[in-house]
Design a protein around this ligand. Structure first.
Ligand SMILES: [Fe+2]
Length: 264
């Protein structure tokens, strides 16, 4: 029995005035929401085993941002597993936040926790919104899955892999050769509890060939997706939040949780 939180796209910044031009006016500073998340975690009425952060930990690939993230995440009462997103510097994330005890940064790497394997596929290469995996990464994924002899597997990526039919998600936000990764994952579907990702700033579920792909909302600002959408569009009705994940035997239950309004 494992209980964990899936969080993503915190975009923590060391710049108190950070407000990128692509973000809509009136959006709070991302650290406000990150602090709100930390408060919510401390007040959870249940125990969690760990937190999985699927990337875009920081807003910019700047050392200041990662020192700021470390200061914030130091307050977490539970271990956190992180992988880089396209806004991150994987090198800075590893150098400043990885300590191998409370904070784990995984880049094409796996972690064994009791009877659970977490396999993190690094899709952040090139800082692209719609990257492609290198052939060596696909080989690594296959060997990582093969190496898990028992227990359940959670696979984590920053970008989504599966095509949805929403043009904006598929063409502008997805791993472009995600079908190749999906084919590998599908061969191990009986062992994989879920593939968890972020990047698209919204909670979604996609299922194919026995694999469930689940994304969580950003803690900061969320986006829309619907048939025919070709460009990013804010969804002010999608509250900042996280997913509560409950792994019970062969079953994985996910519940989307909204953060309380900042200052509430
Ligand atoms: Fe991203």
């Amino acid at each position: 029995m494992t209980t964990f939180l899936h969080i993503s796209d915190t975009h923590i910044s060391g710049d108190p005035a950070y407000h990128p031009p692509w973000m809509r006016a009136g959006t709070p500073h991302p650290n406000t929401d990150a602090k709100n998340l930390l408060r919510a975690i401390k007040q959870l009425p249940y125990a969690i085993d760990f937190i999985l952060h699927t990337g875009d930990v920081c807003a910019e690939p700047l050392a200041d941002d990662y020192h700021c993230a470390r200061d914030l995440l130091d307050a977490l009462p539970t271990p956190i597993i992180m992988l880089p997103g396209n806004h991150d510097s994987g090198d800075l994330l590893s150098a400043i936040l990885h300590d191998g005890r409370q904070r784990h940064v995984l880049r094409d790497a796996q972690l064994h926790l009791d009877d659970l394997h977490v396999i993190a596929l690094d899709t952040s290469g090139g800082s692209e919104h719609a990257p492609s995996l290198r052939p060596q990464q696909l080989d690594w994924l296959e060997s990582a899955l093969d190496s898990c002899r028992d227990g359940r597997i959670i696979v984590a990526t920053h970008h989504p892999l599966l095509e949805t039919g929403v043009a904006w998600l598929d063409d502008s936000m997805r791993v472009q050769n995600g079908a190749a990764a999906h084919a590998i994952l599908a061969r191990h579907s009986h062992r994989i509890a879920g593939v968890l990702h972020g990047h698209i700033h919204q909670p979604t579920i996609s299922c194919a060939d026995g694999i469930s792909y689940i994304s969580c909302p950003s803690t900061w600002s969320n986006l829309a997706a619907y048939p025919g959408l070709t460009v990013d569009e804010p969804d002010p009705n999608c509250a900042p939040g996280y997913n509560l994940m409950m792994l019970r035997g062969h079953r994985l239950f996910a519940r989307r949780c909204a953060l309380p309004a900042a200052g509430a």
